[in-house]
Design a protein around this ligand. Structure first.
Ligand SMILES: [Zn+2]
Length: 326
């Protein structure tokens, strides 16, 4: 990664000076124009490392924030390589939001390259970390209870940043965060009920990489994956052969592809095991704006619906596969 930072630093300093200039100018006005100015002022510049965090920040921040994701829809954060434009984005941010749990192996280098000195929020702070042999499993957002923790951490960071820059917007963020939390809690309850309605022996599925460990622990499904916690390595021939055997022995009820991974591996396993691919899950990224999984809530609902439908094949099926909007 080769980057030029002088122009970025200049832009950053300009932002700081411009901000100071308008704050000083504001002191000559009466309280009414000041309040008006605060409402129409540009929102906090928030940079989130990937699309799920960006969506949570938008839901919580509303008009008080302008959010950009470094790793966009359908893109894979495990193998992301920042560009000079990403450096500029981070340099111009008021708040940077990361997942943590070693999801973004590139973030420390990117932040130091940008010269950014503002708050770096670790959205997963406080979650019960799932341990793998090589360390932490980063995919904590796949449990909605953790998603609530993400929303709490993001709310706290936005409120702290707004308290200094635009305090009239704090109350709106608090209200939005409380409402959003209720949506997450409702979807969490709905997910538990829908999966619990399936026979335990049906709740085994195969996916490309080990992204659903938190989902598995929270909602009672076994996920089998030929790849480990990251997409950065190829699975061994033995791992693939083992999964084909497991699928063939009918110990898995469905195979599902992921939006961020090449589907050919799963298609090959399906072919060799004589099974059909049961749909696509959103693991590490949302879908593009305007499509089926373009928010964290919609992504989660899509995954639950796809899993329940795939695991219901050959059974009488759950009473309400499509029910229960959060
Ligand atoms: Zn992943």
């Amino acid at each position: 990664m080769t980057m030029t930072f002088d122009s970025t630093r200049r832009a950053f300093q300009c932002r700081l000076l411009c901000g100071l200039g308008s704050a000083a100018a504001g002191t000559v006005f009466t309280s009414w124009p000041l309040a008006k100015a605060a409402e129409t002022a540009p929102g906090l510049q928030v940079v989130a490392t990937f699309s799920v965090l960006a969506d949570i920040a938008r839901e919580v921040g509303g008009t008080a924030v302008e959010v950009r994701a470094l790793v966009g829809p359908n893109a894979d954060a495990h193998v992301f390589e920042p560009t000079p434009s990403d450096v500029r984005r981070v340099a111009g941010a008021d708040v940077v939001i990361t997942n943590g749990l070693r999801f973004e192996g590139w973030i420390d280098r990117l932040i130091s390259a940008s010269g950014y000195r503002g708050p770096v929020v670790v959205a997963s702070r406080g979650v019960a970390m799932r341990q793998l042999s090589g360390g932490a499993d980063p995919h904590a957002w796949q449990d909605l209870a953790n998603g609530m923790r993400y929303a709490d951490n993001i709310r706290a960071a936005l409120v702290a940043a707004l308290a200094a820059k635009s305090p009239t917007r704090v109350a709106d963020v608090e209200t939005r965060a409380a409402a959003y939390r209720q949506h997450l809690a409702a979807l969490d309850r709905d997910t538990r009920a829908r999966i619990a309605a399936l026979p335990a022996e049906r709740r085994r599925v195969i996916t490309s990489h080990d992204a659903f460990g938190y989902f598995a622990a929270a909602y009672g499904i076994t996920f089998i994956a030929p790849r480990g916690w990251t997409t950065g390595s190829e699975p061994s021939a033995e791992a693939v052969a083992r999964i084909v055997r497991q699928a063939r022995d009918a110990r898995a009820s469905a195979l599902l592809v992921e939006n961020i991974s090449d589907p050919r591996l799963i298609e090959r396993i399906a072919r060799e095991a004589g099974l059909k691919v049961g749909g696509e899950l959103y693991s590490d990224a949302l879908s593009p704006p305007g499509t089926e999984a373009d928010t964290y809530l919609k992504m989660f609902e899509h995954n639950v619906r796809t899993l329940v439908e795939a695991m219901s094949v050959g059974t009488s099926g759950p009473a309400s596969v499509h029910g229960g909007k959060p």
